[in-house]
Write a protein that binds this ligand. Structure first.
Ligand code: BGC
Ligand code: MG
Length: 554
């Protein structure tokens, strides 16, 4: 796509020394430095991606077989959700052994091959680390509950019932219900901020710290390029186990938590742990990265996680949950950028993940949902920072209705709500077949008839498909203005959001029409439009476009 750039735009890039973190390499590799500042990272929810052994569950062999699809999008990295040994109560976020590979997902050799092939295709490989809790099948927890004098007991939070009986305090699980359950012997309660099969670790125990550091090194030594850190704002709890103030909780996606829950989330001690992890990452060559899932609402608190010696990137949620509205979106983006600028950190932009409704569904489903999700993708990819893509968003997938008997998410099973399974539907690779190319057999979640209509194979042939929109957008996003340029908001009519990204003379405008009426476009060459049926000179409702602004114009 560099042919679209006037040659002088590339010649007038400010010298790297003026902006050391923005030295730019042109062509396929054009990116801000370090690579994560403008990265596009593709999240692979392994059990729903592709099944290579016919058991109906996605696996690492399936990932290997589809690496070309991912590479054809032009992303910088993949992030694999947990594939470690697990009873799979929470889809693998209940880890029994952090250095193992669950046989249902594959083996270490397949991980090695993924690393090798992904690297060969120019992509980095990030995996997940889940430090807040383990599975109740983890050896530590088994030891802890089998023998009250065992040293592993201090790796968890065991407490007596409150003096008036019942749970030790009022802390609640993010999945609903109390965060405390009695251990099997009935002796004491143990803490679990998620399901009762996910006991929280006590990070005051030095062996916990040492063991996780060893896990990081284990995977880094194998060639992994970094980690997504699950519930990074967890880990430490109030040593006095005081009640949380009774403030309303926000339920976001399936997960309920809030900044009101101040005694069990986001304690300041957590930062020292990540400083230590960052030192480990930095001791390896190759700009190894760490993406923290930081579920705090307060922007200034979020920014603390991405100070220069902590996380390179914080995965955050406000942008996902912002309603379809120009003013609200501008406010979300501005607030995040302001807070992160103060610590010199890049933002991340996310449309969907395995914990929330997919963007198409969130924005109304059907054609309207798809139009908005496509527009939001262009918006996100034009903003400064890193873009994180949930597998299937590039096909414009929406949530499926999961029959009650097929529900597997603990939220659905414990709280009796639909839960998160709907956004975890197997990816339709082909237009036909038992599971539309996901598996040669069936799939762990039943997919609706017609699911193949969204398949990758059909979208490959349609130049206006969401698949091609993503490919083109991710490719244009490598232009200096988009990967490293400054940003400023532009004046825009009501219901329209417009901003400029500029690097040297190269200026790209992103315009998003949130309103219900078409707007007439002014000058400039349209680089890309999210419209399903582009009409020249007009930006339809629920549509975004990128325009190359004339370089003389200010
Ligand atoms: C993961 C969820 C998981 C939870 C507990 C989240 O942030 O993304 O899928 O249920 O952590 O591990
Ligand atoms: Mg399988």
């Amino acid at each position: 796509m560099t042919a679209l750039v006037a040659p002088e735009a590339l010649e007038n890039v400010p010298p790297a020394v003026e902006r050391p973190h923005l030295s730019v390499v042109y062509g396929r590799q054009a990116a801000a430095r370090p690579w994560w500042r403008s990265a596009s990272i593709y999240q692979i929810y392994v059990r729903s991606f592709c099944d290579s052994n016919g058991d109906g569950v996605g696996d690492l062999g399936g990932v290997l077989g589809k690496l070309h699809h991912v590479a054809s999008l032009g992303v910088d990295a993949i992030w694999l959700t947990p594939f470690f040994e697990s009873p799979m109560v929470d889809g693998g976020y209940d880890v029994a052994d952090y250095r193992s590979v669950d046989p249902r997902f594959g083996d270490h050799e397949t991980v090695d091959r993924i690393i090798e092939e992904a690297h060969g295709l120019g992509m980095r490989v990030m995996i997940e680390v889940v430090p807040n809790h383990v599975s109740s099948s983890h050896q530590w927890f088994k030891n802890a509950v089998s023998d009250p004098t065992h040293k592993d007991r201090s790796k968890f939070h065991f407490r007596d019932p409150s003096p008036v009986g019942g749970t030790p305090n009022n802390w609640r699980s993010a999945f609903g219900g109390p965060a405390w359950s009695l251990e099997p012997s009935g002796r004491q309660y143990y803490l679990h901020l998620f399901s009762r099969e996910q006991p929280d670790l006590n990070w005051e125990d030095p062996e916990v710290r040492a063991d996780f550091e060893q896990t990081l090194r284990f995977w880094l030594d194998r060639g992994i390029d970094g980690f997504r850190v699950d519930v990074a704002h967890g880990l430490f709890k109030d040593p006095l186990y005081r009640d949380n103030p009774e403030l309303p909780r926000e339920v976001r996606g399936g997960l309920a938590q809030g900044d009101g829950e101040r005694h069990c989330w986001n304690l300041p001690e957590v930062h020292e742990v990540y400083r230590g992890w960052r030192r480990i990452l930095d001791s390896y060559t190759g700009e190894r990265a760490m993406l923290g899932e930081v579920g705090v609402v307060d922007r200034e608190q979020l920014a603390l996680y991405v100070r220069p010696d902590e996380f390179p990137l914080a995965y955050e949620f406000e942008f996902i949950h912002t309603e379809w509205d120009a003013v609200a979106t501008k406010e979300t983006v501005s607030r995040l950028l302001r807070a992160l600028d103060a610590v010199g950190a890049p933002a991340t932009w996310v449309l969907s993940n395995h914990d929330v409704l997919r963007a198409v569904t969130r924005y109304g489903g059907g054609e309207q949902g798809l139009r908005r999700a496509r527009a939001k993708a262009l918006l996100a990819m034009a903003l400064p920072g890193a873009m994180i893509i949930y597998n299937g968003d590039e096909l414009g997938l929406e949530d499926i209705d999961v029959p009650e008997e097929a529900l597997s998410d603990p939220i659905a099973l414990v709280a009796g709500v639909p839960g998160r399974d709907g956004s975890r539907a197997p990816i339709p690779w082909s237009s036909e077949g038992p599971a539309f190319g996901f598996s040669e057999a069936g799939s762990w979640l039943p997919v609706p008839d017609g699911w193949g209509g969204r398949s990758a194979v059909l979208q490959e042939r349609d130049p206006f498909s969401t698949l091609w929109l993503y490919r083109l957008a991710l490719s244009i996003r490598r232009l200096p203005a988009l990967c490293a340029g400054d940003m400023r908001w532009l004046d825009a009519p009501e219901g329209v959001l417009a901003f400029e990204r500029r690097y040297g003379k190269q200026r790209i405008h992103c315009i998003v029409n949130f309103s219900a009426r078409p707007i007439v476009m002014q000058q400039g060459d349209v680089l890309l439009s999210s419209s399903l049926r582009p009409i020249g000179g007009v930006l339809e409702p629920d549509t975004a476009c990128w325009v190359m602004a004339p370089s003389g114009d200010t």
